[in-house]
Write a protein that binds this ligand. Sequence first.
Ligand code: ISE
Length: 338
Amino acid sequence: MARSSTLNIAVIGVGRMGADHVRRIQEAVSGARVSAVVDADAERAETVAARAGCAAFTDPADALAAADVDAVLVASSSPAHEAALLAALAHDLPVLCEKPLTPDPASALRVLEAEQRLGRRRIQVGFMRRYDAEYLRLEQLLRTGRLGRPLLLHHRHRNVAAPPGWASELLISDSLVHEIDVTRWLLGQEITAVTVLRPTPSSHAPDGVQDPQFVVLETDGGVIADVEIFVNCGFGYQVRAEAVCERGTAQVGDGHAMVTQTDGRWGGTIAQDYLERFEDAYDRELRAWVDSVRRGTTTGPTAWDGCAAAAVCAAGVRSLTEGGRVPVELPERPALYG
Ligand code: ISE
């Protein structure tokens, strides 16, 4: 599409994340507008559409057939991603799809194959840590080689409380999936095996939910990455990473934007959720996506990145349920993804 014209976006799924993206497109992104919103909950779709001044649909197919849709943002629940992605590809529309690409490797592969049949990249996956200023700095530093070869990564990923009904597997496929992507991206390596260790669950975790989990990822470059994933920690939203390299270490995510000292104490505040902690990263991600689509290209994390992450998640879920170290069954990387 011509750079000067406004990009018309259909947002599929307007729960918490999707509604925030609608607001973001209206308030923080130039060169784009929301032309349609879709949600299985008609009332919710109508409410968000009224605020955005656009059309409301309950069926993605109807929205994608509309004349004023140039691009699609998928923010529905992950089991609904495959249908939405295949529909967008059938219309040859660029898509930004929230993570995970799909909930399992088989459906991720079907999406990957559909994009390959199109012969060009149309999908960007919402691995938004890659747009966070601190993570970007860490990636750039590692790339310069100044710290030498990376040996270990330590990740911490804590949420205040998981949504009701959150199962143990979702800690892997919905939360840990970020660290899986960050590890691949920071190192430029593939993850080859996963071990999930199960400490005694927190008494604040719902009955039967394994929270926290301690995960060990092994890469084909010989790096070990560990991840504490704790989604009912109660006190704040924290996402941190430390790279240990041959000549030094680098750490991001401490969130010490401001430290106050008064009355014999020092301290700061801890963000309470990801929309707050990663607000700038989401803005940067959306702007980058809109800019690339308006230039007629697709950049950012690919469907292959989504597919590789799905393979690692599947190994993680097997390790969680069966115990032990599980090798990752990674399909061959198709030529389209370089
Ligand atoms: C959520 O979907 C996210 O993407 C957050 O970054 C993550 O911290 C949270 O655990 C997920 O549920």
